[in-house]
Design a protein around this ligand. Structure first.
Ligand SMILES: *[C@@H]1O[C@H](CO)[C@@H](O)[C@H](O)[C@H]1NC(C)=O
Ligand SMILES: *[C@@H]1O[C@H](CO)[C@@H](O)[C@H](O)[C@H]1NC(C)=O
Ligand SMILES: *[C@@H]1O[C@H](CO)[C@@H](O)[C@H](O)[C@H]1NC(C)=O
Ligand SMILES: *[C@@H]1O[C@H](CO)[C@@H](O)[C@H](O)[C@H]1NC(C)=O
Ligand SMILES: *[C@@H]1O[C@H](CO)[C@@H](O)[C@H](O)[C@H]1NC(C)=O
Length: 422
């Protein structure tokens, strides 16, 4: 595994820890057993797009839940919806009855349209596509660490391996510190050094640890000039200013002003087919409460003609860390954390529950993120018919950020920057 220089990267990782627990058998059917009502001819393509849509919706529901949480007040938010949903979908392979129903509906999968197998196949498609298209600048995957004294059902491991492309490892969780170290090293390597301590406390009674990671590195289609980067104020709120390194570029950008949300959206294209969207609202709550996949679709569509702007974006490096137990419970995924957990798809013999779901992420933005590729272009532009003053677009107050793949509109990362200096 190659370790690359850590400059201008996006990273993320999510984990599910499955500990030993009691369980009360219940008699609800497994989500798997439900026959798909789907009679559309290209059923598989259809279910892939249903899962994709559900993942997009999940991104913003999870964002709102995180943003509303007491622990998030006064903090930046940054996470990978793609990683969280992959980890939870992999867990749902082993869930049954009400636990499965909660995971399925929490993730936004409609069980009258989708079976667990449809979901598994869709994730297989997403993960293969990520693996196929992105050797250098992005990687995404899952893995499962299993205690050497614990025997999960072979079908469970088989599905994880086959559909979630999981790496499997046998470890000794009774040696908790050592095993935590092994897991942390694995994640560190997969994220190019960015997430180096995913696991902080590992309970020695853990029998299985599921991981999903994602790593992305892109360079701006046109980089910022470091000479134009100047110290400037960022207005955290009405009374608080902090000093940031503000990058600057004047050129033609794809932007959109959404009048319904009083938000200006800037698209910063990255190499390959990725883009960063920066959303600068008049009032953060208006944007946060309303933002949906339809907005992203609308913005990307509307941004057809680039217009000249004088753009200011702070240069920053942030890290976030979440325990998602409360947030997921609040989203209806409660049973998996307690005695009612039904994870009999993993093992019939042991009552299993989830002890923790943690998530860490980092975001680094700078001028260079870019490998300098030389390019000379002579632009021949359509007459815009308007040569007014060049509008200024300055991200010098809290804004939201989203990284998406333009073709599928898959949301890799999502967040809110309220203070680039913390
Ligand atoms: C699930 O799909 C069915 C059939 O299209 C629809 O009637 C139902 O409202 C959907 N349920 C949810 C929660 O969206
Ligand atoms: C990934 O590549 C393999 C082999 O090149 C191919 O068989 C598969 O269809 C590709 N999958 C996707 C989702 O592009
Ligand atoms: C991912 O891609 C690499 C290189 O193309 C290939 O060797 C590997 O088998 C792929 N992994 C999976 C799980 O498809
Ligand atoms: C995109 O940029 C990253 C970071 O510089 C680089 O590793 C990767 O090879 C680039 N990808 C393409 C397709 O140019
Ligand atoms: C948007 O801004 C205008 C003008 O400041 C205001 O009248 C309107 O109520 C705002 N809309 C929302 C949704 O905040």
């Amino acid at each position: 595994m190659t370790m690359r220089a850590a400059v201008g990267l996006w990273v993320l990782s999510a984990v599910i820890c499955v500990g030993r627990g009691h369980h009360h058998p219940d008699h609800l059917g497994h989500g798997n057993d439900k026959a798909s009502q789907d009679t559309v001819e290209d059923g598989s393509a259809n279910s892939v797009s249903l899962v994709n849509e559900a993942n997009q919706e999940f991104s913003f529901r999870l964002y709102r839940q995180l943003a509303a949480h007491a622990d998030s007040q006064g903090k930046n938010i940054f996470f990978s919806p793609a990683s969280v949903s992959t980890a939870l979908a992999a867990l749902s392979v082993g869930a049954q009855g009400e636990t499965h129903r909660q995971l399925f509906s929490g993730l936004g999968f409609n069980s009258s349209l989708l079976t667990q197998t449809d979901v598994d196949q869709a994730f297989q498609r997403f993960l293969q596509r990520a693996n196929n298209t992105s050797q250098e600048d992005a990687s995404e995957g899952t893995s499962v660490f299993v205690d050497n004294g614990f025997k999960p059902k072979p079908e469970f491991l088989q599905t994880l391996k086959h559909s979630y492309l999981a790496d499997g490892f046998s470890v000794d969780f009774s040696q908790a510190a050592e095993t935590a170290d092994t897991i942390n090293k694995y994640v560190e390597e997969k994220t190019n050094g960015k997430i180096d301590k995913l696991v902080e406390n590992l309970d020695p009674s853990t029998v299985m640890y599921l991981i999903s990671y994602i790593y992305y590195k892109g360079k701006w289609e046109s980089p910022f000039d470091p000479e134009l980067t100047k110290q400037d104020d960022f207005n955290v709120d009405e009374n608080t200013k902090v000093s940031v390194d503000m990058m600057n570029m004047e050129k033609r950008f794809h932007t959109y002003h959404d009048h319904d949300l009083n938000t200006t959206v800037l698209q910063l294209p990255l190499n390959s087919s990725y883009s960063m969207l920066l959303m600068l609202p008049d009032v953060m709550a208006t944007l946060e409460n309303a933002i949906s996949p339809n907005h992203v679709t609308k913005w990307l569509k509307a941004m057809t003609r680039p217009r000249k702007h004088d753009v200011y974006v702070p240069k920053f490096s942030i890290k976030t860390s979440y325990n998602l137990n409360d947030v997921l419970s609040e989203m209806g995924m409660t049973d998996m954390f307690g005695d009612r957990a039904n994870l009999r798809g993993i093992s019939e013999e042991q009552g299993l529950k989830v002890s923790d779901v943690v998530h860490k992420a980092t975001l680094d933005m700078d001028e260079t993120g870019a490998e300098a590729a030389a390019a000379t272009g002579i632009s021949i532009m359509p007459m815009s018919g308007f040569w007014g003053p060049v509008p200024v677009l300055k991200f010098n107050r809290p804004f939201m950020v989203l990284i998406t793949e333009r073709n599928t509109e898959k949301i890799l990362f999502l967040g809110k920057i309220i203070n680039p200096t913390i």
